[in-house]
Design a protein around this ligand. Structure first.
Ligand SMILES: Nc1ncnc2c1ncn2[C@@H]1O[C@H](COP(=O)(O)OP(=O)(O)O)[C@@H](O)[C@H]1O
Ligand SMILES: [Mg+2]
Length: 353
């Protein structure tokens, strides 16, 4: 190897990489790529230099693609709101809730984009609940580690309908252990820049990436049931998360399958508050029929039963987190009509007297 060229190897390669594509002509023959680790450490470029900036998405004339253009959601970098739901135990109803929440958000905000992300790589149900094909192959996701960008991320995103996207894996035994933390977080980072709302369905098993995912959420809820052991476990998990990480947001508790009727040996709101040690927790009502038919039809509950108790309950929760008021669809029932006949008769008699 020529001595002069050997000394300039790193500088020359740095120039080639940092200059535009047009400048990348043939490498002079004297450059033999024979670099050592220390050469890379000295080189004056970092990973951040290769990450797309907002200007990279602009057209040559400086304009940006309109929202209705092809792959429109990739065009601008968004600061998506992340809503995360973690089941305190399996079967709490997280997937049904995440699916319906994402559907409700996309129905309420037709101009906004929503992405539902199923983080259960073992037994994820989001794709099944929406009757679509899974969009993530675990080997491909892991292989994308360190080189994730918006274009690559787009290959892992499936579509339920326009402006309602879904990321869900094929699911395999041990998938939650096998998924590469960096690859997954890289994907989520990109996704947050591509959508207005990102709804996360987090499986109950604690994994190395769970903490990072929860830490990034703008809203975070533990989903539980109205059963004494479930409520005790919720309190413990909430205390564990609070002590393990300083969350910038409050941990919300959502009690799913809430039964308003007072059945014998059932837990009421007061009991639940006592076990949880707090009175302000949300409730999603029990409505087996609606949830079951939604799952079996492969559609969000709001699509098949927009006025069902479950749908309204999730809608109220969505409005609560959005900080907006739910619209009253029906005129309030006149109390007068509900009053028993004899009361009205007595009133008429009093007036006559
Ligand atoms: N609010 C509800 N009322 C009645 N049944 C529900 C409700 N939410 C969920 N379920 C039922 O609970 C079971 C588990 O739901 P799923 O959403 O898959 O929970 P998870 O994702 O937490 O395992 C399903 O059979 C579903 O029908
Ligand atoms: Mg689930």
């Amino acid at each position: 190897m020529d001595k002069h060229c050997e000394n300039d190897d790193v500088l020359l390669l740095t120039d080639i990489v940092t200059q535009g594509e047009d400048d990348m002509l043939t490498i002079p023959e004297c450059v033999e790529v024979d670099l050592e680790q220390s050469d890379f450490e000295d080189a004056a470029f970092e990973v951040a230099d290769f990450v797309a900036s907002p200007d990279d998405h602009k057209n040559e004339d400086g304009s940006e693609d309109g929202p209705e253009d092809k792959n429109d959601d990739k065009a601008e970098i968004k600061d998506g709101q992340i809503w995360a739901y973690l089941g305190v135990m399996g079967g709490a109803g997280v997937t049904s809730l995440a699916v319906q929440t994402a559907f409700e958000l996309s129905a309420l905000h037709k101009d906004k984009t929503v992405c539902l992300v199923d983080l259960d790589f073992e037994r994820g149900d989001c794709a099944g609940y929406l009757d679509i094909m899974p969009s993530v192959n675990l080997d491909e996701l892991n292989a994308a580690k360190g080189r994730m960008d918006a274009d690559l991320a787009a290959t892992f995103i499936g579509q339920y309908k326009k402006k309602f996207s879904v990321i869900s894996s094929e699911g395999e035994m041990g998938g939650n252990d096998r998924v590469d933390t960096d690859a997954l977080l890289g994907l989520l980072d990109c996704v947050c820049g591509m959508f207005d709302f990102v709804v996360l369905d987090i499986p109950p098993m604690w994994r190395p990436w769970t903490q990072a995912v929860i830490g990034a959420a703008d809203k975070f809820a533990l989903v539980t049931e109205m059963r004494v052991p479930a409520l005790h476990r919720t309190k413990k998990l909430s205390a564990f998360i609070s002590s393990a990480m300083s969350l910038p947001v409050e941990i919300s508790i959502l009690v799913n399958k809430y039964e308003r009727r007072n059945l014998s040996h059932s837990v009421n709101i007061k009991d639940a508050g006592q076990v949880l040690g707090k009175a302000d927790f949300g409730q999603i009502c029990v409505d087996e029929e609606t949830v079951r038919s939604a799952i079996n039809c492969g559609k969000p509950a709001g699509k098949i039963s927009p006025e069902a108790r479950y749908t309204k309950s999730v809608r109220a929760h969505v409005h609560h987190w959005l900080g907006t008021e739910a619209k009253c669809e029906k005129a309030p029932i006149s109390l007068f009509k509900r009053r028993p006949k004899y009361e009205r008769r007595r009133e008429r008699e009093r007036k006559r007297a």
